[in-house]
Design a protein around this ligand. Structure first.
Ligand code: ADP
Length: 391
């Protein structure tokens, strides 16, 4: 039998998972996901070399919850990797509130605290916790460990933690938590591996995927992030609006008579690239579209990222490196090109060929700011946390 660590990321419509072998030197064994929970569920599992082991539709109507998906996944993993002995399960949990600055063993008291945070992340936290319950049932005596998207940002300074609202709201937890923390932590460690001298520099990381945010990192610590109280703030995303004047929400309520759930649906699912283009939330589709609204959606996306680079450089008091990551950051060279266009005033100069090749370093040799493309790996970050805590 091989000691293994299972990582889980349970959402409303998908469960992502990875199986790592080893106690300390972790090696990816299998990675996959179940999509379409509650509708047409489909499972895909790949080996570390990218070869597909399983890809099939699941029985119609059978997968109605993350728990159903997990049961199916675990059966499948037991069949494909019968010699894997799961020593611990690491869970991606969106919200650790003000309580958790690092990974933690999920005992009853911790789970109660996390359940109490549900109003802060109603679209994610319940599904994350359902994943924990399902894993507890499947692996009764195995430690379950929570890894939080908010934890990496808990060290950020007070001015980035607060809104200018009456003080009691801050005390009640209405703060800027920032998200994508597992991705930023991984990138910060990866940067230390590939270019150690930037570890104590001023670094901006742009995590550009369906969800998108940016983080200002100094000495390996978050000092600012574009996401705030919820995963809505900051950059426009696939279907989320990004930064918004709260007056717009009041207008939607008072004048357009929309209720909270209609507004929530608009801001989370009908806005961002999808809302602006009227076409799609998928960057690949927008890049190949000739629709002027698609072009405008991309203009706004690029504009906001450039603006935040300037803002974060000011927060950091300088800029040494910018890292692009996430599905768009890693692949959409056209978007990186537009972000970096005419940014030599801040010291960023792209090298066209390297950029088109999605090379690890995409800046020119004379660029004062080094520009990187580093694929993120949140699953590995979770597995490392689990291994660290187990040790
Ligand atoms: P999530 O936040 O769901 O994890 P991802 O990080 O997978 O999202 O990013 C998804 C986004 O990346 C989509 O908009 C997709 O179009 C974009 N993307 C993926 N591959 C490419 C590519 N080769 N070129 C341009 N965009 C890409």
């Amino acid at each position: 039998m091989k000691n293994s660590i299972l990582t889980l990321n349970a959402g409303s419509s998908s469960v992502k998972f990875a199986l790592f072998d080893g106690d300390n030197d972790l090696a990816l064994n299998l990675k996959g996901q179940v999509d379409g929970i509650g509708s047409d569920a489909r499972m895909k599992i790949k080996r570390a070399d990218g070869s597909v082991v399983v890809e099939r539709d699941l029985e119609e109507g059978k997968i109605q919850s993350p728990s159903d998906a997990l049961t199916t996944v675990i059966d499948e993993l037991r069949a494909i990797a019968p010699d894997a002995k799961v020593q611990a399960v690491g869970h991606r949990i969106v919200h650790g509130g003000v309580h958790f600055e690092g990974p933690v063993l999920l005992d009853d008291a911790v789970l109660k605290t996390l359940a109490d945070l549900t109003p802060f992340a109603p679209l994610h936290q319940p599904h994350n916790l359902a994943g924990v319950a399902a894993a507890q049932a499947a692996f009764p005596n195995v430690p379950q460990i929570g890894c939080f998207d908010t934890a990496f940002h808990r060290s950020h300074p007070w001015v980035n933690d607060t809104f200018a609202l009456p003080r009691e709201l801050y005390d009640k937890g209405v703060r800027r938590f920032g998200f994508h923390g597992l991705s930023y932590e991984y990138i910060s460690m990866k940067l230390d591996e590939v270019a150690p001298h930037y570890q104590d520099g001023n670094v901006v990381v742009a995590h550009l995927g369906n969800g998108a945010s940016m983080c200002a990192i100094r000495d390996g610590h978050s000092v600012g992030s574009t996401m705030g109280f919820s995963a809505l703030d900051g950059l426009p995303m696939g279907t989320r609006c990004g930064q918004l004047d709260p007056g717009v929400v009041l207008y939607l309520m008072d004048q357009l008579k929309m209720n909270a759930s209609e507004i929530e649906n608009m801001l989370y699912r009908e806005s961002g690239l999808k809302g602006l283009s009227g076409l799609s939330n998928d960057m690949r589709e927008l890049l190949t579209s000739s629709d002027p609204h698609a072009a405008q959606a991309l203009d706004y996306f690029v504009f906001r990222i450039r603006r935040e680079i300037g803002a974060m450089a000011a927060v950091l008091g300088g800029l040494d490196a910018v890292v692009f990551t996430g599905g768009i950051g890693e692949n959409a060279f056209q978007i990186r090109e537009r972000i970096c266009d005419d940014m030599d005033w801040i010291g960023m100069e792209l090298e066209e060929t390297r950029n088109r090749q999605n090379a690890e370093i995409i800046s020119s040799d004379r660029s004062r700011v080094r520009l990187f493309v580093l694929p993120t790996n949140e699953e590995l970050m979770i597995a490392r946390h689990v291994a660290g805590l187990m040790a």
